[in-house]
Design a protein around this ligand. Structure first.
Ligand SMILES: CC(C)(COP(=O)(O)OP(=O)(O)OC[C@H]1O[C@@H](n2cnc3c(N)ncnc32)[C@H](O)[C@@H]1OP(=O)(O)O)[C@@H](O)C(=O)NCCC(=O)NCCS
Length: 185
């Protein structure tokens, strides 16, 4: 069994009762209880009606570089369906991956609402996404991350991503430097 597959099948320490949750686009999935505060989270594929909520969350988490609603809408129409976590009242986390370019794919966004962090939601979303991409034949996943974003970099490294390129200066415009990380599935 490959290293990534092993990681995906491990039950995380952060509270997910299942090591992964099957993702069927738009279908509601069984909720996953997070024991520490008795909260109930549900991971599922997004439907069109979620996109405004996702745009709101994206704007809250990335105030300087949010995805506008119309971009999310266009990506959705092209088959880029976010995977979301809802807590009963709102969407509190989401991940978005690109369409497949041969055996390659990009993670376009990962965001967890500030008050929902450190409960395993980011890891759970990434694990499920990587599992699904691998199942679809993707063999290389790339993403960009701010060099000072130590929390995200730690998460990505723990999932097998490495960074073997120099910092890309002004990657997203003036002053918006990024590291490119990649993982072979
Ligand atoms: C980065 C982010 C997605 C992590 O989501 P999360 O649900 O809080 O993370 P998890 O609880 O699943 O933790 C997964 C791992 O992330 C890392 N991590 C999370 N928060 C961290 C922190 N404050 N400091 C250092 N590492 C951290 C750890 O490696 C952690 O694993 P561990 O619990 O075994 O130590 C979340 O902090 C976030 O949305 N940040 C703002 C948006 C962002 O930076 N997105 C990524 C852009 S590339």
């Amino acid at each position: 069994m490959g290293r990534l597959k092993q990681q995906l099948l491990e039950v995380p320490s952060s509270g997910w009762k299942q090591s992964r949750v099957a993702c069927h686009r738009g279908r509601m999935l069984p909720g996953v209880d997070i024991p520490d505060r008795g909260a109930r989270f549900r991971m599922r594929g997004a439907v069109e009606g979620d996109l405004l909520d996702i745009a709101r969350l994206d704007g809250e988490v990335f105030p300087a570089t949010p995805y506008p609603f119309f971009v999310l809408r266009q990506l959705f129409a092209m088959g880029c369906v976010p995977l979301v976590v809802e807590d009963g009242e709102r969407i509190c986390a989401y991940v978005l991956s690109s369409g497949q370019d041969g055996a390659r794919c990009w993670i376009l966004a990962l965001a967890v609402a500030p008050d929902a962090r450190a409960r395993g939601l980011g890891r759970g979303l990434m694990r499920e996404t990587l599992y699904e991409l691998r199942r679809r034949g993707v063999r290389e996943v790339l993403l960009s991350v701010e060099p000072a974003n130590s929390a995200a970099i730690a998460l990505y490294r723990s999932l097998g991503f490495t960074c073997d390129e120099a910092l890309r200066r002004d990657y997203f415009g003036p002053g918006e430097d990024r590291l490119i990380m990649r993982s072979r599935l």
